[in-house]
Design a protein around this ligand. Structure first.
Ligand code: HDD
Length: 714
């Protein structure tokens, strides 16, 4: 007997929580494949209505199941084949749809259709990811984050497949399998998951000094972002914009989050991984569902072709960035993510990005990493998505019309009439190529590059300098960022068993900064390395052009966003709490766009000082301070809060992680119970003394603290 509930009128597959946003062309196009009428009767794949899906067809009450049960066989067979290979890297991710719109026309530099007109929207799909861990790994591990954007332009799909760091570990794609084998879990026991703190990774990097610059980023707080909504994105390579006349301009792409760049601190990130392994995925989903649409500004660094050799590094070297002090980032448009997918597998998992998905007006350079990527992405989709027709999957389908002579293959969805070869006369010569040279509208023309040289296997000498920009990054960091980087290296190398690998890696760090190397050596217990030859801070690439000594644009200190929109603030409550205060702080934070939650020892309500019943959002035991950005301890809860171990741990952790805290009146007792005494004078803590009323000035100060995000100096 089935206990199945009665069918409901509203099917669960429909998005329940999403605010209605303007429908764009991609959204409308997906209607054609959205399951229609999901609340109708259950059928087989063949559309035959099913009378019972709970019992197999069997002989009598206790007899064997019959092979004849085609419904059982279909159900099990489909289930058995539900899994596809996860991505070999970037397996864990989350995606969202949205739009991109330029602020101005970039026609001066590119004929890319989606960059021609201010305000004209192009639908996008974005997938954020970690790199090392499998699909089921935690979000908040120390790792690079992928930031891949698919623009469904009128002239075909353009994919910008970037990361949240502007450089990469290796210079040549031929090293990618080596690098990935090294960073992935150790082969014998598949340990560790979602972490680079193990021997093979550091063995490889210590022998491959070109990774040093990227390692500086990886050991910094950039590798533990607060959310996908608060991290930058970079195209990494130097690409090429091409205008209508065929003239090229080098370009570096940047995404800048409107909310500013915020990270967690290391201990917080580790604890979050346990408390909520889906922390980033959930954050993205909930923000979009609540209408707090993540927004990023697209910026470009434009470099005329004649300036190709004007830098103290090679523009083709993906382990180098172009300091913003040398070439400013020009904001050219914005991207807003305003729609959650409806089915994770169909959309996010089946999304297939490819660096070679370019449109007229955007082209490659000879960056050897990019050249290899242009092979690898298509290749990987063939195995992952089971054949050559993955571009027909709904999320990958362009909005531009597709007319190809490709035929057949697994999962072919298109019924092609007529011929499939060119030239043909029987099909009227169709589909025809456009020809017509540079001026033909919307036709891809390869950038006409003059190339002459012998085929050689040799890294260009202009790629030789592996330390200058690593040192630039180090010098550009605030004190607290340097401390975190040092701790990052000490933690990761401290996990390495092989002493020789530890020693060799510290030897590389000497070239970045002798002080950094000495401190890491001390902490992991290897001999302090000898000082390196003089710092070659700015010389390289065979020319004498000097780079900046520091680049303020690299420090998180300078990347905070304005305001406190979408920050999450915990308000601790217990019987006797000043209910008016709790309501007032929630209202104030709400007005500033932040979210506040009242937490107490149990769910339901707490009895406030004024006799009112204050609603509780969550019991303390089900949550943790690491899931919030700031904390308020109101007046009046002093009788029970300091005796509640969950509340004490919550407070202590928030303080330890440098979070903004407001302590009001007798709330100070919780601070005492947590061992912080009266917290006056601690950076990032606003205290309203007992007997005083928190006025607007107090709340303004607290808002400023929340805006500052973290106080790592505490
Ligand atoms: Fe890659 C996935 C970003 C170098 C080969 N890569 C992948 C994704 C991102 C990046 C964001 C996930 C896309 C998604 O969400 O589906 N990869 C980068 C960046 C690189 C880079 C910014 C350096 C600048 N990658 C790189 C190299 C190679 C690859 C050098 C191979 C030669 N990457 C792949 C891949 C993946 C991939 C194996 C795995 C899944 C996929 O492509 O679709 O082909």
């Amino acid at each position: 007997m089935s206990n199945a509930p009665e069918p409901r009128s509203a099917p669960r597959s429909a998005p329940q929580t999403e605010p209605q946003t303007q429908r764009d062309a991609k959204d409308a196009a997906l209607d054609a494949v959205r399951a229609t009428d999901p609340d109708g009767p259950l059928t087989t794949d063949q559309g035959v209505r099913v009378d019972d899906t709970d019992n197999s067809l069997a002989v009598g009450d206790r007899g064997p199941t019959l092979l004849e049960d085609f419904q059982l066989r279909e159900k099990l067979t489909h289930f058995d084949h539900e899994r596809i290979p996860e991505r070999v890297v970037h397996a864990r991710g989350a995606g969202a749809y949205g739009f991109f719109e330029p602020y101005e026309s970039l026609a001066e530099f590119t004929c890319a259709d989606f960059l021609q007109q201010a305000g004209r929207r192009t639908p996008v799909f974005v997938r954020f990811s970690t790199v090392q861990g499998p699909r089921g790994s935690a979000d908040t591990v120390r790792d690079v984050r992928g930031f891949a954007t698919k623009f469904y332009t009128r002239h075909g799909n353009y994919d910008l497949v970037g990361n949240n760091m502007p450089v990469f570990f290796i210079q040549d794609a031929v090293k990618f399998p080596d690098f990935v084998h090294a960073v992935k879990p150790e082969p014998q026991n598949e340990i560790p998951t979602g972490a680079s703190a193990h021997d093979t990774f550091w063995d490889f990097c210590s022998l491959q000094p070109e990774s040093t610059h990227m390692l500086m980023w990886l050991m910094s707080d950039r590798a533990i972002p607060r959310s996908f909504r608060m991290m930058q994105g970079f195209g990494v390579h130097t690409f090429r914009l091409v205008d209508r006349t065929g003239r090229g301009t080098f370009v570096k792409f940047h995404w800048k989050p409107v909310l500013g760049v915020c990270s967690q601190v290391w201990d917080e990130a580790q604890l979050t991984a346990g408390r909520d392994p889906d922390f980033h995925r959930r954050d993205l989903w909930e923000a979009i569902a609540a209408g707090d649409f993540p927004e990023y500004e697209l910026g470009v660094q434009l470099i005329p072709e004649e300036d190709e050799f004007a830098f103290p590094f090679d523009l083709l070297d993906p382990t180098k960035l172009v300091p913003e002090e040398l070439v400013p980032v020009r904001p050219v448009g914005r991207m807003v993510l305003d729609r959650n997918p409806q089915n994770f597998f169909a959309e996010t998992e089946q999304a297939a990005f490819h660096t070679a998905n370019v449109v007229p007006g955007i082209d490659f350079t000879n960056d050897p990493l990019l050249q290899g990527r242009n092979f690898s992405y298509l290749d990987t989709q063939l195995i992952r998505l089971g054949g050559p027709n993955f571009a027909q999957l709904p999320v990958n389908r362009p909005l531009a019309e597709v007319r190809v002579n490709h035929r057949d293959g697994y999962g072919q969805q298109v019924v092609h009439p007529g011929t499939s070869y060119a030239p043909n006369s029987l099909g009227g010569g169709c589909p025809a190529t456009m020809g017509g040279g540079q001026l033909a509208e919307g036709v891809f023309q390869h950038y006409q590059q003059r190339i002459d040289g012998a085929a050689i296997r040799r890294r260009s000498p202009s790629f030789d300098d592996h330390y200058s920009q690593a040192a630039l990054f180090w010098r550009s960091m605030a004190d607290w960022e340097q401390r975190h980087i040092t701790a990052g290296f000490a933690f990761e190398l401290g996990k390495v068993e092989d002493q020789e690998v530890r020693r060799r890696m510290v030897g590389n760090l000497v070239h970045v900064d002798p002080g950094l190397a000495a401190e890491v050596a001390r902490r992991i217990g290897v001999p302090e390395p000898e000082a390196a030859p003089a710092d070659r801070a700015t010389a390289s690439a065979g020319n004498d052009v000097a780079g900046p000594r520091v680049s303020p644009a690299l420090s998180l200190e300078n990347l905070r966003g304005p305001g406190i929109r979408t920050r999450k603030v915990a308000v601790l409550a217990a019987p006797g709490v000043d209910g008016g205060q709790v309501r007032a702080v929630r209202e104030r934070l709400g007005q500033a766009g932040a979210g506040a939650e009242t937490l107490a020892a149990h769910g339901g309500h707490v009895l406030a000082q004024d006799g009112g019943h204050l609603p509780v959002d969550r019991p303390l035991s089900t949550t943790a301070s690491v899931l919030y950005d700031a904390l308020v301890v109101p007046d009046g809860s002093d009788r029970t809060l300091p005796a509640d171990p969950d509340a004490v741990a919550f407070f202590a952790e928030a303080l330890r992680h440098g979070k903004p805290v407001a302590v009001l009146g007798s709330g100070v007792e919780l601070s005492r119970a947590a061992g912080f005494g009266a917290p006056d004078g601690l950076a990032g803590v606003a205290v309203c003394a007992d007997g005083q009323r928190p006025g607007p000035a107090f709340w303004d100060e607290f808002t400023r603290l929340v805006e500052h995000h973290r106080f790592p100096s505490r």
